[in-house]
Design a protein around this ligand. Sequence first.
Ligand code: HEC
Ligand code: HEC
Length: 378
Amino acid sequence: MNQLRPGFAALSFVTFAATVAAWAADDWSAFAPPHARAPWGPAEAGSSMPIGKPVTIKPPLGLPPVSFPPDNPPTAETIALGRKLFREPLFSKDGTVSCSSCHDAKSGYSDARQFSPGVDSKLGGRHSMTLLNSAYHLTQFWDGRALSLEDQAQFPVRDPLEMAHSLVGVERRLAAKPEYVRLFTQAFGPGPITYEKVAKCIASYERTLLSGNSPFDRYYYGGDKTAMSASAIRGLKLFQDFTLDGPNCISCHRIEEKWATFTEPRFHNTGVSVNPATNEMHDLGRFHVTQAKQDQGGFKVVTLRNVAITAPYMHDGSIKTLEEAVEFYFQGGRKNPYLSGVVPHAGVPNIPAAQREQAKADLVAFMKALTGTMPVDK
Ligand code: HEC
Ligand code: HEC
């Protein structure tokens, strides 16, 4: 994994606390991805404003509006260039690995493999999650170490297990290609190709990777009562049941009045990282960023939208099917001192033994109803 820049962890923690406070107050406007956080700092910010006409990204049914940093309004030129850069293997040291190598459109921009090979086929220890709807995340990565999509876009380049390269190296290679010089000039006006511009294009492209209008959205927000099966409707009820001993999925995978992201900004320990044989955690997750004891084994609440097409599951890709994932929760997660207070309730003692199999099948049917329309990506 990447080293954090000095001061980064502290900054991330303060800003994160503020956003959780806003979340508690149910103030969606504060959910705007954090701004002015780009690693290149405020001195340079604004030096690379896209010059094109800003476009409106229209979210499909069931999703909130998309926000973006004031110095990176999406334009047709930056989005198209971001799409091209996302597929550009020159980003990696040996010219073999692009962002799309590990975030495959066919797998909902995730990776069907447990771990994704980087340069020299090196493997990391975390699963490549879906990028669909990543526009809405307050932090990026399983441990939230990146604070915006712009910020995130520099990490894979410098990660020795992924692209094993440098930001300057990418700038130089792109600057050597007349086609890129032309495209960056069209997008930002004349000037050098900087990684700041590169990151802005990639982030704007990612903000267009929205997926909604799923059977669930048509049922819940569109008023189409026939859009979900009876089993999925029962599953939705279970999912929302946050009585003391209910499945309680919704307290972390949130559904709001007008939209649903199936995530929330806090990090939770569900025990995935615990080895039951030794009781040790193989990945301390959020702790890597905050160094706070209680964050050990805490991970981002990954969205459940499109979960049927983004297997394998969890930060370590250790769970292969949705049935297994539900079983994991029905067992109450994996015990450890930092297990989230809400998870034991997911041990669902209020579902009688005779009804458990049906309840599990219904929850799976519900999650399968979360597969949405795919973004136009060409
Ligand atoms: C070698 C495989 C690999 C490559 C190449 C790669 N990624 Fe990833 N990506 C991952 C993995 C694995 C994670 C999760 C890592 C973690 O959380 O520590 C991830 C996480 C992310 C996330 C966070 C999503 C979320 O919901 O938190 C974003 C955004 C992302 N990648 C975008 C990109 C972009 C843009 C590029 C190209 C510049 C890229 N990735 C290149 C494997 C890869
Ligand atoms: C305490 C918060 C919490 C509750 C309650 C909760 N989840 Fe999760 N969920 C998480 C976190 C955190 C992760 C990622 C954990 C990890 O990778 O270590 C996750 C991951 C998942 C995944 C894997 C998705 C993927 O793409 O990898 C599925 C499926 C899932 N949850 C379904 C459910 C269901 C169904 C319920 C209710 C029975 C539920 N969750 C209850 C927090 C929660």
